[in-house]
Structures are given as C-alpha cells and as structure tokens.
Design a protein around this ligand. Structure first.
Ligand SMILES: *[C@@H]1O[C@H](CO)[C@@H](O)[C@H](O)[C@H]1NC(C)=O
Ligand SMILES: *[C@@H]1O[C@H](CO)[C@@H](O)[C@H](O)[C@H]1NC(C)=O
Ligand SMILES: *[C@@H]1O[C@H](CO)[C@@H](O)[C@H](O)[C@H]1NC(C)=O
Ligand SMILES: *[C@@H]1O[C@H](CO)[C@@H](O)[C@H](O)[C@H]1NC(C)=O
Length: 246
C-alpha cells in the first residue's frame, strides 16, 4: 500500500441489511440529516448519508417515449418497488469502502443495475451502472461525490479502465465500460469459490460548507489506486481480481 492513503482513515461499512460499522473514527459529525432523500449541507468529517438502489435499468427512468432519469427520491418513479436499497453514511472527505455482501444481496436477482442518490429538492443521482447479469458480476466500483459549498451536486462513477484486473486469469474479464468483472459462474452463489461481494470505494471532491477543499478523490486519482478492497487481505484468497496489489 502506498503512503498517501494512510492519511485518510478508512471507514468500512458492511451492508447486509443490518448495517454494521467496523472502523469508528473520532471526528465530530454535526450533520443531523440521516435519510438519503433529505437535503443537507456538510463540512469535512460530517457523516453524509446516501442511498444505492439496485434495480432494472428502465426503473430509473420515466416511462414513455422520451425516458428521463429521475432520482429514486422522486415519487414519479414508481417502478423501483422491486429493487433493493442500501443506505451508507461515510465521513465527508474520508475514503470509505462500502460493501454489499453478495450472500445477502445478489444484484443479479434485483435487476442488476444501480444508481447512487441523495437529496430531494437538490437531488443528485448517478448514471445507472451495470452490476450483474447471468454472465458477469462487477465486484469493485469507485464513486466520487462532488460537493459545492457543502451541497452534493454530482455523483460520478470512475474506473481504472481495467488496469486493476489486466493480467489476472480467465475468471476475470474487462467489460466495455472499463470495469473488471468476475464470471457469474465462479461466484459462491453459483457454486464457485469467488466471493463476488460488491465493494464501492467512495471518495470526495469539491468544497464543504466552509469552502474547505475536499481532497480524497484527488488522492485516489493521483495514486491510481482505484480499489481499496486489496487492503483487506483476509479476502484475497477468494478475490483473485485484486491479486495485483499484493
Ligand atoms: C437504460 O434505459 C434508458 C432509458 O430507457 C436507455 O436510454 C439506456 O440506453 C439504458 N441503458 C442500458 C445500459 O441499457
Ligand atoms: C458475507 O457474509 C457471509 C455470511 O455472513 C460471510 O461468511 C462473508 O465473509 C461475508 N463477506 C464479506 C465480503 O463480508
Ligand atoms: C451481460 O452483461 C454483459 C456486459 O454488460 C453483456 O456484454 C452481456 O451481453 C450480458 N449478457 C446477458 C445474457 O444479458
Ligand atoms: C484463477 O484464479 C482462481 C482464484 O485464485 C483459481 O482458483 C483458478 O485456478 C485460476 N485459474 C487459472 C486458469 O489459473
């Protein structure tokens, strides 16, 4: 692991629909808003709550001839009922690794695509991203939350164009979008040996409500360390995807 990352404490959240926090950090969190569909402005080290919905791609859009993407907080989206929602609360400007345990939630069973969202009047929503189908499972994603004066204005997916999985063996493929994916048949849920849990590395950019600059995305990008999952070496025996980091 490279030194720069040690500056950011890493909070690890495991979502198994009972959220448990493994690493607790000490900086004060003065953000009282704990629901993803409420508006808030934050400062560094506040907690910031956002949601992730797993559903079919078309559920993120209005029906009809000219589909428009809406935030899952928007009541006009009526197709999301069959999806799964996970709520995360990382600390602003700390790099967090958010994990959706595939033995609890297999994205394949819920439509296989996801968006990340927060806010209501000032709603921000990411583009839909592919997580899984019968053939492939994406196990690692990188997310940037971009703030302006403490208000979330943009949610972006980033990837390393498969650098982290090139050279791996045939269990791992590079999808067109630049994400590494595991063949679904190799996942534990299908009788394979790979833990296909989804890990989402989350970093921050922009400014907080006191105009302090949020730096963690800059650090991730500069170090080209798009997958922190590698830090959790107890998982490395099942996650061949990340063996380049060891
Ligand atoms: C998702 O649905 C929208 C709206 O119907 C469509 O424009 C878009 O191409 C779809 N994306 C994928 C990856 O299928
Ligand atoms: C997922 O949950 C199972 C069963 O509770 C556990 O054995 C496994 O280690 C978990 N995987 C991750 C990545 O946390
Ligand atoms: C599964 O997803 C991959 C990558 O997006 C795509 O190339 C493939 O056609 C999909 N397979 C099925 C059966 O939908
Ligand atoms: C690919 O990696 C997996 C997991 O480490 C391993 O079980 C499998 O034998 C490897 N396959 C090849 C062809 O090297």
């Amino acid at each position: 692991m490279t030194g720069g990352h040690c500056r950011s404490r890493i909070g690890v959240l495991i979502v198994a629909f009972a959220l448990s926090v493994l690493c607790v950090v000490a900086d004060t969190d003065n953000n009282k808003i704990t629901k993803p569909c409420q508006d808030t402005t934050v400062k560094k080290y506040d907690g910031f709550t956002f949601g992730l919905v797993i559903a079919k791609n078309e559920s993120f859009f209005t029906k009809g001839k000219n589909p428009v993407q809406l935030s899952p907080c928007d009541k006009r989206l009526t197709n999301l009922n069959s999806g799964q929602v996970a709520v995360f609360r990382p600390k602003v400007d700390e790099i967090s690794l958010l994990i959706i345990n595939s033995s609890s939630v297999n994205p394949q069973n819920f439509g296989g695509n996801a968006v990340v969202f927060a806010g209501s009047k000032f709603a921000a929503v990411s583009a839909p991203i592919f997580l899984a189908n019968n053939t492939y499972r994406v196990t690692s994603l990188s997310l940037v939350l971009n703030f302006e004066k403490g208000r979330l204005i943009q949610i972006l997916w980033k990837n390393d164009k498969c650098k982290s999985c090139s050279g791996s063996n045939s269990t791992i493929v590079c999808l067109k979008g630049g994400q590494c994916a595991v063949k679904s048949s190799k996942c534990k849920e299908s009788g394979g040996t790979t833990d296909c849990s989804l890990s989402i590395q989350t970093a921050f950019s922009g400014t907080d409500k006191y105009d302090d600059v949020l730096n963690t995305w800059y650090q991730v990008d500069k170090l080209q360390q798009y997958s922190l999952y590698a830090l959790y070496s107890n998982l490395k025996s099942t996650l061949s995807q990340f063996n380049l980091f060891f």
